[in-house]
Design a protein around this ligand. Structure first.
Ligand code: TK8
Length: 336
């Protein structure tokens, strides 16, 4: 019995030494590796995920591995709303929500929910990358969040399982999932539909089980999230441009050395170019793919105008939420 005990102790001691020795090399300088935890809401096939992969590659390379980036896609750490909260609290370092759910935290972002504010991508990039876009990102500091730039979700299109919609009149009684954003809800009720706010993560099942009839998202996400399997009709409304905002916990950013802060900013900038390029490519490719499986309804200029006219009254509501100054900065820049 004593022998056995001695043996066990000896083995334990050896193991302890072994573990101790391998984990601490007395000669190696003590280097702290800073881990950046990223959570986002979309599938690995999206440009959003590719953007984060690029960011990871750049940060790790520029910092010689002293900063590492761990990415959790597909709402593994929660949907947009939960992730914004987690970044605010510092439980997650970075995320990239669409601007619409972000507006519930910082109402200045409602300005991007004005339907048909942007007419094309070139205008989007020009305005968002200018001082006007910068001033919107700056508003986030107050919420302990650092807004680092604008990535692309894309121009949103309306899909549904009931009929080939060409006009607002046909939306009467249609249950449409909207993002958790009161301007979006208001816009869809002005169109005569029945808006139901819902987290993105619940949407596929809701469409499949017909809890809702319709939703709206850019072509890329419709395809990547397989909504086209449960939504026969896709109307190319392009009613709102959705941007993603890469965010970081502001304290985390402020505590970084200026060298590391620069690495973060530079990496985001480079990743932005790549993310947008992939998003643009996917938008075209995924639209093309769905044209062979779904009914895609193209709208004429007049037909689009009808949607625009019905939704236009939200502008006043946006002004009261985002502030007149923020709204005019954007509408002047886009010529709305
Ligand atoms: C993904 C969402 C999504 C958005 C939505 O996390 O909820 O419809 O378009 O992209 O941000």
């Amino acid at each position: 019995m004593k022998k056995k005990l001695a043996l066990i102790l000896a083995v334990a001691l050896c193991l302890g030494l072994f573990v101790g020795c391998s984990s601490k090399d007395a000669n190696a300088p003590k280097e702290e590796v800073l881990e950046i935890k990223v959570g986002h809401g979309t599938a690995e096939t999206t440009a959003l995920h590719q953007g984060w992969l690029k960011f990871k590659e750049l940060v790790e390379q520029k910092s010689d591995g002293k900063m590492t980036v761990k990415i959790f896609p597909n709402q593994q750490l929660g949907g947009d709303r939960e992730l914004i909260e987690a970044v605010q609290l510092g439980n997650v370092t970075m995320t990239s929500p669409s601007t619409a759910p972000l507006a519930a935290f910082d109402p200045a972002f409602f300005v991007l929910d004005i339907p048909f504010l942007f007419s094309d991508r070139d205008m989007v990039y020009e305005v968002l990358d200018s001082q006007v876009g910068e001033s919107l990102l700056d508003t986030l500091k107050e919420y302990n969040i650092k807004g680092l730039g604008y990535w692309e979700n894309g121009f949103r299109n309306f899909t549904n399982s009931k009929l080939p919609v060409r006009s607002p009149q046909e939306l009467s009684g249609i249950k449409v999932r909207t993002m958790e954003n009161e301007i979006h809800m208001k816009a869809w009720s002005l169109l005569g539909a029945n808006p139901t706010p819902m987290a993105f993560g619940e949407l596929y099942t809701a469409l499949q089980q017909k809890t809702v009839d319709a939703q709206e998202n850019p072509f890329e996400l419709i395809y990547a999230t397989k909504f086209h399997e449960v939504q026969k009709y896709i109307t190319k409304t392009q009613h709102i441009y959705s941007a993603y905002i890469p965010l970081m916990n502001n304290e985390f950013f402020n505590n970084l050395s200026s060298e590391y802060q620069q690495i973060i900013m530079d990496s985001i900038k480079e990743a932005t170019a790549e993310q947008r390029q992939i998003a643009g490519k996917n938008d075209v490719e995924f639209e093309e793919k769905m044209r062979s499986t779904n009914e895609v309804i193209d709208l004429s200029g007049d037909e689009k105008q009808a949607f625009r006219n019905e939704m236009a009254p939200v502008l006043d509501l946006v002004k009261t939420k985002a502030g007149e100054d923020m709204v005019s900065a954007f509408t002047e820049a886009t010529g709305y």
